[in-house]
Design a protein around this ligand. Structure first.
Ligand SMILES: Cc1cc2nc3c(=O)[nH]c(=O)nc-3n(C[C@H](O)[C@H](O)[C@H](O)COP(=O)(O)OP(=O)(O)OC[C@H]3O[C@@H](n4cnc5c(N)ncnc54)[C@H](O)[C@@H]3O)c2cc1C
Length: 411
């Protein structure tokens, strides 16, 4: 009789949940176990900085799948279990109390928050200094924002700006400190970053670009924040969002190939046989762009988890989804598809946020990326079509894209 195949999924987030679902769809017999250091079943993270803080959703709304789904599909979930040791030679992973054997392993450990450093000193979370990644941190964040008056947000990236938007909607005084010369620096084109900046300022945010923090001192319950511009801010709550680091520490002394995340091929396979990686933690080879990349986005975590699931279950399935992500701030929706660098021309479509503004980035007359901002769902359709045109490598002109009379689905 064939032995039941043991599949372990290390990490219990989005990539893990979708991988488990996919494996079970293809393979009805294997033993599937998700091991997570969190006590909760896999849940969505995007609302943690927005709708959950604004009381628009409850925790139950965040679950990808109900408890029943895991029972019906015979997917075991071991929560509150932090894996600290990995033995690839003997196909074992361990926490302080138990060891788990696997035939195939998926690593989906996501990212942790990068800690802010000031003059070499690491600023750790404490009572009124908050970092956000998990549901528990979001709960704490919400309670603290509700009680605070003057909030300083360090880091003008997505998470910082989304929290700023939530706090401003709650009537708080918000200051954003960003060391770069634009908001959302690394991934978003300047044109869109400037529109976001104007929106935050019009809603009352004070935004300091090109700003470094020289010191933070606590006086009773308030903080004094000393800036390189000689300004001193007073704040009762500090929220820090200065990027993230893939969770790969436990593999440090193993032969697993790690370089800004776990290196995987287009089939989600790592450098070690029977070991796969997916989601935020994976630096994967993208056959369309012919390069490795690491993405931190909802849609990618889902699709990449599904892809890993297919390959673990025995299919040979290449991952080549065009990157796509979004952010919601106030009534505005931002979306990005493809990659918006290394372009030779830019086309603008739309001129007001009410109708939506999209910038298309072209190289050799082909769209390589597009980024848009607009009220509600105004830009979604054109961004999706831009992704399709990019995937098909369709030749376009700037004029064709700029004129809203030309429907993108007719190109
Ligand atoms: C606040 C916030 C807002 C976001 N908003 C957006 C958005 O608007 N749009 C968008 O596209 N994307 C957004 N994202 C990004 C998106 O949520 C992530 O890309 C996605 O959750 C990644 O999924 P993952 O499965 O790779 O990792 P995660 O969902 O982070 O799951 C990893 C899991 O592994 C666990 N783990 C790690 N190490 C161990 C260990 N040693 N032992 C056991 N368990 C371990 C972690 O605790 C965690 O539960 C947001 C993320 C955050 C944090």
């Amino acid at each position: 009789m064939n032995k039941t195949k043991k599949i372990l999924i290390l990490g219990g987030g989005q990539a893990a949940a979708y991988a488990a679902k996919e494996i079970r769809l293809i393979d009805k017999n294997s033993d599937i176990t998700i091991i997570s250091d969190e006590k909760y079943l896999p849940y969505e993270k995007p609302p943690l900085s927005k709708d959950y803080v604004l009381d628009k959703v409850t925790f139950d709304d965040l679950l990808f799948f109900s408890e029943n789904f895991y029972k019906e599909n015979n997917i075991k979930f071991k929560g509150s279990t932090k894996i600290t040791k990995v033995d690839f030679d003997n196909k074992k992973i361990s926490c302080s109390l138990n060891t788990y054997q696997y035939d195939r392993l998926l690593i989906a450990t996501g990212c942790s928050n990068r800690h802010l450093k000031i003059n070499g000193e690491i600023i750790l979370p404490e009572e009124n200094i908050i970092y956000l990644r998990s549901f528990e941190e979001s709960n704490n964040l919400k309670n603290k924002i509700n009680k605070a008056n003057n909030i300083t947000i360090i880091g003008g990236g997505f998470i910082g700006l989304e929290i700023a938007s939530s706090a401003l909607q709650k009537g708080k005084n918000v200051t954003i400190l960003e060391k770069g010369e634009q908001l959302m620096g690394r991934v978003i084109p300047k044109q869109i970053a400037n529109l976001i900046l104007e929106k935050h300022e019009s809603e009352g945010a004070k935004i300091n670009l090109n700003t470094q923090i020289e010191n933070i001192k606590k006086h009773n319950k308030t903080f004094k924040i000393y800036l390189n511009t000689n300004q001193v801010l007073t704040s009762d709550l500090i929220i820090i969002g200065v990027g993230s680091i893939p969770n790969t520490d436990i593999f440090n002394n193993t032969s697993l190939k790690v370089d800004n995340g776990i290196i995987t091929d287009e089939f989600s396979a790592t450098s070690i046989e029977d070991v796969y990686a997916a989601g935020d933690v994976s630096n994967f080879y993208h056959p369309f762009y012919k390069e490795h990349m690491r993405l931190e986005s909802f849609k990618h975590a889902q699709n990449h988890g599904i892809n890993a699931g297919k390959n673990i279950a025995g299919l040979q399935n290449s991952y080549n989804a065009i990157p796509w992500m979004w952010s919601d701030q106030f009534n505005l929706n931002l979306q990005l598809t493809g990659i918006c660098n290394d372009y030779d021309s830019v086309a603008q479509r739309g001129s007001s946020l009410e109708e939506g503004i999209i910038y298309f980035f072209l190289k050799n007359r082909k769209i390589i990326g597009a980024c848009g901002l607009g009220v509600g769902g105004k830009i979604g359709r054109d961004i999706r079509l831009a992704g399709k045109l990019s995937e098909k490598k369709t030749k376009v002109t700037n004029q064709l894209l700029s004129d809203k009379k030309n429907k993108l689905n007719k190109i």
